[in-house]
Ligand binder design. Structure first.
Ligand code: ZN
Length: 123
């Protein structure tokens, strides 16, 4: 069920609920290196651990795996070819796409729009 957080910015709404994409290299989270967790900006559940974050060079925050059972995926053809998009299982917000060029051990790259994430440093 989709439930929108009333505090979202226009850009967050565009990315999370209208399949938008933020311009690459614009997220402060690209350079975030602290230990902590990344939460859904819409519903605040935990989605990623900083342990799975890596520098992909893509311009978007990238992770080789998510926390267990937090996303659902579907195939989209918005760019004329098949891509695997993923969205928050809890609130349905779109987060990014999964590519098969990630590092070991999963070989996956969760390419996540930074505006969809909120970082919380480990206390
Ligand atoms: Zn969510």
């Amino acid at each position: 069920m989709t439930k929108k957080n009333p505090n979202l910015t226009a850009e967050q709404k565009l990315v999370m609920f209208e399949d938008g994409t933020e311009p690459p290299g614009t997220s402060d989270l690209n350079s975030e290196k602290r230990e902590g967790t990344y939460h859904c900006a819409n519903c605040e559940i935990k989605l990623f651990s900083s342990k799975a974050k890596y520098e992909s060079g893509s311009g978007w925050p990238s992770f080789y795996k998510s926390l267990p059972d937090v996303f659902e995926t579907k195939t989209d053809h918005l760019l004329g070819y098949a891509r695997t998009e993923y969205h928050c299982k809890n609130c349905n917000a779109h987060h990014g796409h999964i590519f098969e060029d990630g590092p070991e051990p999963t070989g996956k790259r969760y390419c996540n729009n930074g505006v969809c994430l909120v970082f919380k440093e480990e206390a």
